[in-house]
Design a binder for this molecule. Structure first.
Ligand SMILES: NC(=O)c1ccc[n+]([C@@H]2O[C@H](COP(=O)([O-])OP(=O)(O)OC[C@H]3O[C@@H](n4cnc5c(N)ncnc54)[C@H](OP(=O)(O)O)[C@@H]3O)[C@@H](O)[C@H]2O)c1
Length: 228
């Protein structure tokens, strides 16, 4: 991703994806995030299958969309073959308290979702839900048009896949904000303004626009400049 694109929220493109909305959801990870997302799916009337590390992941991976809600440090335990060709939502973050010191997951020259996508080659990866806290997900879901609705960034390389995930975000009670390609997910990782901000969609768009001028944005730009 070039650095100009990193701060550009691509608006409108493909966000009217109601027709693409996933009808079933699978969730890998039955911890805090997995449990609250499963509850939001049930509240929205969307059939959901959750798998913890002890479960056979096959049923969850057969859903229209599969949400990854496991500690990022364990991404190599994901069932790569079952996820091949599938629409997969990365809700994970590098969190050193949970994951330990992992320089490979803390490299500003690549977003963690790109690292996961490289491992899950063949999966259609979209980043979403990661920057919202469990509390926000559990307590701030609202119907469309509600003044307190919060924004959730959606980043992925395929516009149709972003639209499908945006429709899911909407169905679960949040306003989707199209953040552009998967690499742009770096703008909503930990240590960014957007992360844990509880922002509305308009506020979130402004944060994405400001990202290149932020401290983290400059670190990312320098690292990508070196890598490029
Ligand atoms: N906590 C938050 O506020 C928040 C918000 C947004 C995003 N996130 C991100 O969401 C992810 C999950 O966070 P969390 O707070 O929900 O963690 P958590 O409560 O520790 O739950 C993680 C769950 O993932 C399971 N798991 C591990 N490997 C698995 C695998 N290969 N297949 C299926 N399940 C597996 C674990 O099961 P076992 O215990 O059996 O290993 C555990 O139940 C993290 O990447 C985190 O950064 C967290």
């Amino acid at each position: 991703m070039d650095d100009a694109r990193a701060g550009e929220a691509v608006e409108g493109e493909g966000l009217d994806g109601a027709a693409l909305a996933p009808r079933t959801v699978g969730i890998l990870g039955a911890g805090r995030v997995g449990a609250v997302l499963a509850r939001l799916c049930r509240d929205a009337g969307i059939p959901v299958t959750t798998a913890s590390s002890a479960d056979d992941p096959a049923a969850a991976c057969a859903a229209d969309v599969v949400i990854l809600a496991i500690p990022l440090g364990r991404y190599r335990t994901l069932p790569r073959t079952l996820l091949e060709g599938r629409l997969v939502v990365d809700a994970m973050n590098y969190w050193w308290e949970l994951d330990g010191a992992r320089p490979d997951l803390d490299d500003p020259s690549t977003s963690t979702s790109e690292t996961v996508a490289t491992f899950l080659r063949g999966a259609r990866l979209v980043k979403a839900f990661n920057h919202a806290s469990v509390w926000e997900l559990a307590n701030l879901a609202h119907p469309p048009g509600h003044p307190d609705r919060r924004g959730i960034a959606v980043a992925g390389d395929d516009a149709r896949d972003r639209a499908a995930v945006a429709a899911l975000v909407d169905a679960l009670g949040f306003d989707p904000v199209d953040a552009g390609p998967l690499a742009a997910g770096v703008m909503v990782e930990p240590a960014t303004e957007a992360f844990g901000s509880g922002a509305t969609a308009d506020e979130l768009r402004a944060m994405l626009d400001r990202f290149p001028r932020s401290q983290r944005g400059r670190v990312v730009a320098r690292a990508r400049g070196r890598a490029g």
